[in-house]
Design a protein around this ligand. Structure first.
Ligand code: BG6
Length: 463
């Protein structure tokens, strides 16, 4: 938990009646108020015809749906809540918001609304003077492609300076993703092995066993590449591959991430496999002839001295055999065989588990007991823990209220992420059908070829 004091003196969240608020924001607010001492007005805004008691009822239902709730903490949260009902196009909504904010001088505005409304709300905030000394948290997706993301930045910058803008990618608020950074930079030996001289390949898999469910219309306008690769997976990649931060500047971590992302070569048609699970087209909200991908596998490369020539594979998909995400860094074989059994031996590796739990493991060859110099592959588990103590949204909203932007996407990083996927968005190869419960289209095997096999994440532990 960050030690800086809370600086924002009010939290406004647009989209208070929405799905994201129910699933993520209310539980995050309960944690902030109940465990982190946040004690400022919390204003929900929506066009739902609600009164404040409806907002409180929704908040209560939300947090109770996540598990047992401490009544005193919930009462504190509900007591801080205020509500503004109205259309985002109507100046009266923002006049009412100003009133609800009372004496607050440094509000944080969180846009948990469809991106098509970002411009409208930001313009209206500015017209009412509510952008002064304020911070703005912007939900994903940040743009639909490179051009729209750049246009969105221009719109936001008309009314908010870059340091006041916090672009959320909830993957960055995950404990296991932070654990990657810690493991790398708190242990000197890894640094010497973390380059093209020793690393054979890097793989990242984000597998989800469930389908698109009730998000058909959102997903069908998005697809896996935009939904999780352009943002979450590329941010994980940056955490795994960036250079160590230098100096004391608090931007140095974000500088290194941006530098890494800018060095990734844009995708081309030969470096991607798109897939669609059988049955996707029958999901409510999905077009019956949709060509949107629910699975994607890509091969990337980083044009830097450290990483030149090291292939990077990322795959992500819905309706795969299990729900888990892992990074595997595979090491090159020894330069010559000493014992004769190396030829068929799998490579040494480091496995970084990022979902649903945290894990750091090393795969090595060890000798069989006995006279012969032959061995077997074993995995040494260095650390294994349950997932997040602090849910990602709580972590990130708390950071934004404290003015700590380290875990938020900077303009140049997000632009670099779009730059990587842009050629495919403009010209996608066909989406190949795969059976639900499998590891995606067979073409993904050809994509990884001799750099494979794909490393399937381990199933989550029961319970
Ligand atoms: C979201 C995507 O950003 O991340 C979803 O829109 C995806 O499609 C989700 O399921 C995964 O996040 P988590 O935290 O559940 O692993």
């Amino acid at each position: 938990m960050s030690m800086e004091p809370i600086q924002s003196d009010a939290l406004v969240f647009f989209g208070a009646s929405g799905d994201l608020a129910f699933k993520q924001i209310f539980p995050a607010l309960l944690g902030l108020v109940g465990d982190e001492g946040v004690d400022v007005p919390i204003v929900g805004v929506a066009k739902a015809g609600w009164k404040v008691d409806d907002l409180r009822a929704r908040a209560k239902a939300s947090v109770e749906s996540h598990g047992p709730v401490d009544a005193a903490k919930l009462a504190r949260l509900l007591g801080l809540m205020r509500y503004v009902d109205g259309d985002y196009n109507d100046p009266a909504t923002f006049a009412a918001l100003k009133q609800a904010l009372g004496a607050a001088k440094r509000p944080l505005h969180y846009l948990a609304i469809p991106p098509s409304l970002f411009g409208v709300v930001v313009g209206a905030l500015a017209a009412s003077g509510l952008n002064e000394n304020a911070r703005l948290v912007v939900e994903k997706p940040f743009g639909h492609d490179r051009e729209s993301a750049q246009a969105l930045n221009r719109t936001l910058h008309e009314h908010f300076p870059e340091p006041a803008i916090y672009r959320i990618d909830h993957y960055l608020g995950k404990e296991p993703v932070q654990s990657i950074v810690y493991t790398r930079f708190a242990n000197a030996p890894f640094e010497s092995l973390w380059n093209r001289n020793y690393v054979r390949s890097i793989q990242i898999t984000m597998a989800e066993a469930f389908g698109v469910d009730d998000r058909g219309s959102f997903y069908d306008a998005t697809g896996a590449l935009r939904d999780v690769v352009q943002n979450h997976m590329l941010q994980v990649l940056a955490n795994v591959m960036m250079d160590p931060p230098t100096g004391e500047d608090h931007e140095s971590m974000r500088d290194q991430k941006a530098a890494l992302l800018k060095a990734v070569k844009p995708l081309d048609g030969a470096s991607i496999v798109r897939g669609q699970y059988r049955g996707y087209r029958q999901v409510k909200g999905v077009k019956p002839d949709s060509t949107v991908e629910t699975y994607v596998a890509v091969k990337l490369s980083v044009e830097s001295w450290r990483w030149a020539g090291v292939p990077i594979y990322i795959r992500a998909g819905k309706c795969l055999p299990l729900t888990a995400a892992e990074v595997t860094v595979e090491y090159k074989p020894p330069p010559r065989a000493t014992f004769g059994d190396e030829a068929d031996a799998p490579p040494s590796y480091m496995r970084l588990r990022i979902s649903p739990d945290v894990g750091v493991a090393i795969g090595l060859r060890v000798k069989h007991p006995g006279e012969g110099m032959t061995g077997e592959s074993v995995e040494l588990m260095l650390a294994e823990r349950a997932g997040s103590l602090i849910p990602p949204y709580q972590r990130l909203l708390g950071d934004a209220m404290r003015g700590n932007d380290e875990l938020f996407g900077r303009e140049d990083s997000i632009d670099a992420q779009w730059r990587i996927v842009q050629p495919i968005l403009a010209n996608p190869p066909p989406a190949l059908e795969y059976a639900p419960g499998t590891w995606g289209p067979e073409a993904a095997e050809a994509l990884i070829g001799a750099d494979g096999p794909w490393r399937d994440p381990k199933p989550p532990k029961a319970g």
